[in-house]
Design a protein around this ligand. Structure first.
Ligand code: DAT
Ligand code: MG
Length: 149
C-alpha cells in the first residue's frame, strides 16, 4: 500500500494545530503507520531539504525546521501521496485554496505549517530518512472494508 511522509513543522506545533492537521488525514480515510514528536538535527534538516540546497531560502529553511519540535508521520492509503498534497495545499498559504491546511491556517510561505512528500519515490526516500523500519506499524484498520471496495 502507498505511503507518504508528513511533518507538522515548528509553526504548526507552536500554534497548537497538531490535532487539526492529524484530523484531516484521519477523516479522509488514511491510515497512520508512524508518528514521533522530535527535535530535528541540522544534519537531518539538510538531508531532508537537500533538493533545495542551492536556493536562497535554504539556510532559513534549515534554521526554521530545527528551531522547535516537529511531528513526523507516515500515512498510508491508496493514492495517499498525491491526495496528501491536495489536503496540504499550495506552497504559499496565501494562494493555497481554502479548505486546504495551508489555505485555512497560514499566511506566509516560510511558515506554511506542514511538509508532504511530492512523489511516490520522494516519499520512499523521506520515510527511510526519518524513520527506521521498526518505527513503522503495519496494521489493518477495521474500517478498511468501509473505505475500499
Ligand atoms: P512544498 O513544501 O510545497 O513541497 P517546496 O518543496 O518547493 O514546497 O519548498 C520547500 C519549503 O521551502 C516550502 O514548504 C517553504 C520553503 N520555501 C519554498 N519556496 C520558498 C520561497 N520562495 N521563499 C521562502 N521559503 C520558501
Ligand atoms: Mg517539497
Amino acid at each position: 500500500m502507498e505511503r507518504t511522509f508528513i511533518a507538522i513543522k515548528p509553526d504548526g506545533v507552536q500554534r497548537g494545530l497538531v490535532g487539526d492537521v492529524i484530523k484531516r488525514f484521519e477523516t479522509k480515510g488514511f491510515t497512520l503507520v508512524g508518528m514521533k514528536f522530535m527535535n530535528v538535527s541540522k544534519e537531518l534538516a539538510e538531508k531532508h531539504y537537500d533538493v533545495h540546497k542551492e536556493r536562497p531560502f535554504f539556510s532559513g529553511l534549515v534554521e526554521f525546521i530545527t528551531s522547535s519540535p516537529v511531528v513526523a508521520m507516515v500515512w498510508e492509503g491508496e493514492g495517499v501521496v498525491a491526495s496528501a498534497r491536495k489536503i496540504i495545499g499550495a506552497t504559499n498559504p496565501l494562494t493555497a485554496e481554502l479548505g486546504t491546511i495551508r489555505g485555512d491556517f497560514g499566511v506566509s510561505i516560510g511558515r506554511n505549517l506542514i511538509h508532504g512528500s511530492d512523489a511516490i519515490e520522494t516519499a520512499k526516500t523521506e520515510i527511510a530518512l526519518w524513520f527506521t523500519p521498526e518505527e513503522l506499524v503495519t496494521w489493518q484498520p477495521v474500517v478498511n472494508p468501509w473505505l475500499y471496495e
